[in-house]
Design a protein. Structure first.
Length: 349
C-alpha cells in the first residue's frame, strides 16, 4: 500500500511514530569533563601541554581579589590560546577576598564558638559581602571577556582559623540581634541558641536565591560552578538550594574524591540529589600528591565511570621545576610519567 505524504510538524512525527517509521532520539550524553586546575600567573602555553595530553577544560584560579587591567589581559590570552588548543577556559576565584571585604561599609565578620572573630572572613549573612565577592566579581570577569560561558567559585577559607564556615552558625552581634528580633541577648550563652543554625541556613538560602536570580537574569545560561558544593556546612547547603531555586546552571567540583577517586563520588551525588540538584554534573577531583603515576589511570577511569568527569589538582605541579615543589604540590613520581598517564586515559576511545 502506497503512503501519501504526511502532514508537516508534530502531526507528521506522530503518524510516523505510530507506523514505526521513526523513533524519538535521546539527546546525546554530555562528554565527560577532563579538567586541569592551575593558577592564573602561569603561562598560557600550559594549555598546549594540556591539549596534548587530552584535557578539554582548564579551571584557572585567580589569586588576586580583583581582576584588574592586567588580569583581564591575561584572561583573554588564556581564552585565545584555549580556543586554538580546544580547551574550554573556566575562570575561578575564592569567595573570601580580604581587600574587597575591607573596602565595604560593613563590620560584620564570621564569629563562632564563644566569640572568636575571623577578621578577614565575611559574615555569611551579610548581603554586602556576597554581592561584592560573588556577583561583582563575576560581573568583572564577564565584562572583561563576554564570551565566557563558565565560571567557578571556591567557598573554602584560605586564611584565618577555619577552612570553611564549619564551626557552627555565625554569632556576630548583628546575626544574634536579627535572630532575637532586636532583643538583647540578656546574658544568654550564644552557643545555646538551638534554633540559630536552622534560622541562618534558611535566611542565607533566601539571600542567595535573590542574588543568584539576579545573576541568572544578567547572564542567562552562564554556568556557576562551585568547588566542594557537597561539603557539610550550612553555607554550602544554602548555596546549593539557592542555585537550584534560581535555576543557575552549576557543577560540583567535589574534593571528596581527592584521595579515593571514584569511591567518593556516590556520597557527593547523594548530597546534591537531596538538595534539589538532581542531574547536576559532578566532577571529581584527583589530588596528584596522593597518587603515583602508575595509579593515575585507574583512578581517572573510576571517576569517569562514577562521576561526570574529573579535575586534576593541580597541573601546577607538572609546570614548576620539581625541585621547587613543596607541601600540597609534591609528587610521587616524575612529571613525564604523569603526563603519560593522562594521555593513556584521555586518548583511549
Amino acid at each position: 500500500m502506497a503512503l501519501s505524504l504526511p502532514p508537516r510538524g508534530g502531526a507528521a512525527l506522530a503518524i510516523l511514530a505510530a507506523l514505526g517509521l521513526c523513533s524519538a532520539a535521546a539527546p546525546p550524553a554530555a562528554a565527560p569533563v577532563r579538567a586541569a586546575y592551575f593558577y592564573a600567573y602561569m603561562g598560557a602555553d600550559h594549555l598546549d601541554s594540556l591539549a596534548a595530553a587530552g584535557f578539554d577544560r582548564a579551571v584557572i584560579h585567580s589569586i588576586a581579589d580583583s581582576l584588574g587591567a592586567r588580569g583581564a589581559l591575561k584572561l583573554n590570552a588564556f581564552l585565545a590560546r584555549g580556543a586554538r588548543a580546544g580547551i574550554a577556559v573556566t575562570p575561578q576565584w575564592a569567595l573570601q577576598a580580604r581587600a574587597r571585604l575591607a573596602a565595604l561599609p560593613t563590620t560584620r565578620r564570621y564569629t563562632w564558638g564563644a566569640g572568636t572573630v575571623e577578621d578577614g572572613v565575611g559574615c555569611p549573612l551579610d548581603s554586602l559581602f556576597w554581592r561584592s565577592t560573588l556577583l561583582d566579581r563575576a560581573d568583572e570577569i564577564l565584562a572583561a571577556a563576554p564570551g565566557i560561558t563558565r565560571l567557578a567559585v571556591d567557598l573554602e577559607i584560605y586564611f584565618g582559623g577555619r577552612h570553611h564556615y564549619d564551626a557552627g552558625p555565625c554569632r556576630c552581634p548583628q546575626c544574634l540581634r536579627e535572630y532575637l528580633g532586636g532583643a538583647a541577648l540578656g546574658g544568654r550563652d550564644p552557643r545555646r541558641l538551638a534554633g540559630l543554625m536552622g534560622w541562618e541556613r534558611s535566611r542565607l538560602t533566601r539571600l542567595l536565591t535573590a542574588l543568584l536570580s539576579e545573576f541568572a537574569a544578567a547572564h542567562p545560561g552562564v554556568e556557576l560552578g562551585v568547588f566542594d558544593l557537597d561539603y557539610d556546612s550550612f553555607v554550602h547547603r544554602a548555596m546549593a538550594r539557592a542555585l537550584a531555586r534560581a535555576g543557575v546552571p552549576t557543577v560540583d567540583y567535589t574534593e571528596r574524591t581527592y584521595g579515593t577517586a571514584g569511591g567518593g563520588a556516590p556520597a557527593a551525588r547523594a548530597v546534591l540529589d537531596a538538595l534539589g540538584l538532581q542531574g547536576t554534573p559532578l566532577v571529581g577531583g584527583l589530588w596528584l600528591k596522593r597518587f603515583a603515576p602508575k595509579d593515575v589511570p585507574a583512578a581517572l577511569r573510576s571517576l569517569l565511570d562514577r562521576a561526570d568527569g574529573y579535575f586534576v589538582f593541580t597541573t601546577y605541579s607538572l609546570w614548576l621545576d620539581p625541585s621547587k615543589l613543596a607541601g600540597p604540590y609534591t609528587l610521587l613520581g616524575d612529571p613525564a610519567s604523569y603526563w603519560a598517564a593522562f594521555r593513556q586515559v584521555n586518548r583511549t576511545p
